[in-house]
Design a protein. Sequence first.
Lengths: 342, 201
Amino acid sequence: MKQFSKKSRPPVIWLGTNTCAGDMLSLLNSLEPGYQSLITDLIDFRFNYLLGSAEGDTATGVLKAVTEEQRGKYILVIEGTIPTRTNGLYCVVGNRDGKPLTALQAVRELGGGARHVVAAGTCASFGGPYAAAPNPSESVPVQAVLDRKVINVPGCPINPDWMMGTLVHLVQYGEPELDGFNRPKIFYGDTIHDICQRRAYFEDGIFAEKPGDPWCMYKIGCKGPVTYADCPNRQWSGEHLSWPVKANTPCIGCTSPEFPDGDAPFFEHLPDINLPGIKISANRFARLAGAATAFGISIHLIGSILTGRVADTIKKDFSGGISRKLLSIIKNTDGKRYGGKN
Amino acid sequence: MKLRQRVSLLIRGKKPRHSGTARLLHWLYAPAVLGSALSGFYIHWPGSSLGFRKMNTARETHFFAQFTLLFTYIARVMYGLKGKNYREILPNRKTLSDMAKFLKYEFYLTDKEPKFPKYNPGQKVLFTGMVLFVLIQIITGLSLYFPKSWQKTAKLVGGLNPLRKLHFLSALTISILVTGHLYFVFTHEYKKMKSIFTGYE
């Protein structure tokens, strides 16, 4: 087991809001360091929505105590979106003084005094599936309700290393270098496409036609070229055994801010196009646009031929033999009626 | 004289229409647009129908075509601003009233062909559309080519997937505009088509 330095373990609050709990469960799969090492050597878990046994005022009392006693010292990790509809009542994280404590209220109270705020998973980072259309709870990501920097660790779910590594970095070295979406560059610094083991197949044009084929997944909608994550190198999960493309299925881009509404359907190269009342695939839209263009041009050309405009153009701009030949072709097509006009 | 009439399309006219610089730039960005479109649509949907056998060839073509387009676009915009010939292209208030006459003729509601200065309202809209959509292509294309350093553009539209969709839709619009341009070139006034080669109509 890797030994950490003797720095005092910072208190950590792991708050679950509108979430499937997948990110916490994924973290529990971490092997190096493992969960035991995490809680004994690295951090001091004061509150964890999934693993804690306390409830009611006992549980929420811990939140209050940490906020008051450890101000500026604790790390707040939030897993899930924050519903804002009806003042946040679509997610209650506990009861306090006989009243429901909403996720919105808890995140705002705890977020202000935290040393670092970390959004665990794509829902907390960018909205993800819990803020997907029609979003009846009007859920938003953590950053939308806090007026301070939030470190985003997206993934659906997160790779255990991404969260563990971020926590280790925060405790040992401070804030990691972040990209434009506040994701740690150590885990989200390259696109999956750039470090994919099947990149050579892409360059050579050897593509999978269906899931299960052992080639480049680009043609069946792989989002690797537009997704930042180190899945090809790190692999999943705690044992680092495999990852989607290695399992012959395309990357669905779960670490991207637009996931899932903005990159679905997962087996299409481009997201769907939303027109008023209609949702249409990009390829179908392109085919329809091409057909409409061809149709419009054909109709106009037929009109130009029938009204003698094409013949006029040829007669006006050509002289001699070429003109006569072209005109004879058009006259044969149009008949005497329009040929006579010129 | 008779021979001259027979090959009139190949002979330089008397009325100047396009300067040498405008023609040079036109014949640089025309193949660049074509190359970008063909390689771009191949990259979007790899298949053998667009003349590429390997993704790498398509990407290299796209690379050269896109940077040729970028530099010729900048040069054409600068040339248009310096010589003030952008006024011939950009639609103005008169274009709106002219458009009604133009459309009336193009939809066969009248036989009387309206006369316009250098460009008709349809051309003005088409060329202005090209200027705008090529600019969108350049911004979205560079953001996709340099995704790390241009991350703010991706953030502006909500991520790389929406950015890629925007790039595709813009390419589609440019392809439609180019198709319309070619259609009118080959069916309307050959002496004007001639001028893009010789400079005179």
